[in-house]
Design a protein. Structure first.
Length: 544
């Protein structure tokens, strides 16, 4: 791969922000009004820019993981997850598009070079001048958006890179009041869900939305606040379903399954009286919670989990079981004109002690239940559209095979760019194809079908110490790269996490599920062999 001149990365000193007189206080009525005024620009901008590949536009990408800090610590290499939205660099294929990409720490020029060489139809030398990379030079655990707001000079620098605010918008991983404040400070609208609607994306809000949409959901209870609520809910669902073996307890704002815990009834001694008074049963369950709950996150224990549950609330629902259980998801979009659409479906690959932790996905979801995903997903989207939800979101399901029939149940709504978002965006940008909800298949302009196997969690201690340059050498020397002519191959993401954490992401595209799976197996085989041959693990840095 030919090297490009390094794209300049601007490192801004840590200068505390002093709010300008024109900047409203975060969360104030003035800020909310200004944000609403900015958001009213989106329909016109959407109609003028989003369907014209030659339109001048600027996209400010803020890949901030603005999530609960304690929950984020459970995610290995979380500091590098800002790289997942590098898929949006593919927007530089539009010849008059400019991108401003802001990160906590500087990106490796090799990683940026890798993405620019994936651009279809546009020479990297044309794209590079239209990309501005800015950095806080701060790898702390604070959300990126907070770091930016704390640096008035960086906010000004971002403003200065936007030639026309009326043709610009901001996009994020998820939207919280931090991103709303940043949108107002920059004076550009945010293509994302208003944080005032954030409750709709919690575990409790998801269950409430599913009921309104008429979508099947597990037997359970939401809006719970403490251990007593947990015990009451567990007692009640066991009373209603006497044969229930397990139930799941979820933190309202947990993600990737790391905020979940399982309570087992099947071997409990006198845990519940299914016919008698509930009070004794509740007391017994509450007493057993500290020892009986089994957490998906390896580092979790009862005391911090109970404290977090009391702080953010949560739900309890049945643990669905059957002959075979799969965890598909559907991606939906509500555009600035209020129109809902189905974008894609996936089968999620789950791990963890009880199979609730997200590890990757295959695309598309199996045709046996894709129609249910489309139907239920659209029902949820229509309810959320009436609430004012905007942009991409995902709905996770469990589908259980019983007696040869698949029964699909909605589990949660993710009002953010989740683990299935960036691989599908990359597929679209690389192949210019479309997902067909009527058939459940993806087709390129020449009619070719595409499938993929993607993961954010390809990890091995031997990978630690491998640099981005090492990875590119391995990929090129072993034909592990995307071939635009065949529209097949492998692309990598989370590349920066490999050297420190021994972890990276892959997306393996093939003309059939079997070919995509073969690319994935070959990738793992090559990386395992070459990393050990290089002996990278001997000099690997320690992970935090």
């Amino acid at each position: 791969m030919q090297s490009l001149p390094a794209t300049p990365i601007v490192i801004v000193p840590c200068v505390p922000a002093s709010h300008a007189a024109a900047d409203p206080a975060p969360g104030s009525a003035d800020e909310l009004q200004r944000f609403a005024e900015l958001q009213r620009r989106l329909p016109e901008l959407f109609g003028r820019v989003f369907f014209d590949r030659h339109a001048a536009q600027t996209i400010v990408v803020i890949p901030s993981m603005s999530l609960d800090r304690d929950e984020l610590r459970k995610l290995v290499g979380a500091s590098h997850y800002e790289e997942r939205l590098l898929c949006l660099l593919m927007l530089l294929r539009f010849p008059r598009a400019n991108i401003v990409y802001v990160t906590s720490a500087p990106l490796s020029p090799t990683i940026v070079d890798y993405y620019l060489h994936l651009l279809p139809g546009v020479p990297p030398c044309h794209a590079a001048p239209r990309l501005t990379l800015l950095s806080c030079h701060d790898a702390s655990a604070d959300p990126l958006s907070a770091k930016i707001l704390a640096r008035s000079s960086l906010v000004e620098r971002i403003r200065a890179t936007v030639p026309d605010v009326l043709s610009a918008h901001m996009t994020c991983f998820n939207v919280t009041p931090l991103e709303r404040t940043l949108s107002v400070r920059l004076g550009i609208p945010l293509y994302g869900c208003d944080p005032e609607l954030g409750h709709l994306g919690t575990k409790s809000g998801s269950r409430e939305t599913f009921r309104r949409a008429g979508v099947p959901l597990p037997n359970g209870h939401e809006n719970l606040r403490d251990a007593r609520d947990m015990a009451r809910a567990l007692s009640d669902i066991k009373r209603r379903e006497p044969t229930l073996r397990r139930a799941v307890v979820k933190l309202n704002e947990g993600f990737s399954g790391e905020g979940n815990a399982v309570f087992a009834f099947d071997d409990a001694r006198a845990v519940v009286s299914t016919a008698g008074s509930g009070n004794a049963s509740v007391r017994r369950i509450q007493a057993q919670l500290p020892t009986r709950l089994r957490f998906e996150a390896a580092s979790e224990t009862w005391e911090p989990f109970a404290a977090k549950f009391a702080a953010m609330g949560g739900i309890v629902e049945c643990f669905l079981e059957g002959e075979e259980v799969r965890s598909p998801s559907v991606q939906c979009r509500i555009d600035p004109l209020g129109r809902s659409s189905i974008i894609a479906t996936h089968d999620q690959l789950l791990g963890g002690p009880s199979g609730q932790v997200y590890e990757g996905c295959t695309f598309p979801a199996h045709e046996a239940y894709s129609f249910d995903l489309h139907t239920h997903g659209m029902s949820v989207a229509q309810v959320l559209a009436k609430e004012g939800v905007l942009a991409r979101f995902g709905v996770d399901f469990l589908t259980v095979r019983r007696g040869g029939k698949w029964e699909t149940t909605a589990i949660e709504i993710n009002l953010r760019k989740g683990g299935t978002t960036h691989p599908f965006l990359m597929l679209q940008f690389l192949t210019d194809g479309v997902y067909e909800p009527d058939t459940g298949r993806y087709r390129t302009p020449n009619g070719q079908s595409c499938y993929y196997h993607a993961t954010d969690n390809l990890s091995d201690p031997a990978y630690r110490g491998l640099t981005p340059d090492n990875l590119i050498d391995i990929a090129v020397n072993h034909d592990l790269h995307f071939d635009a002519a065949r529209q097949e191959g492998v692309m990598f993401h989370l590349i920066g996490a490999m050297e420190e954490y021994g972890k990276l992401g892959t997306m393996c595209i093939g003309r059939s599920p079997a070919v995509a799976e073969r690319y994935f197996r070959d990738t793992v085989t090559v990386l395992n062999r070459e990393s050990r041959r290089l002996g990278a693990h001997v000099a690997a840095p320690r992970a935090d």
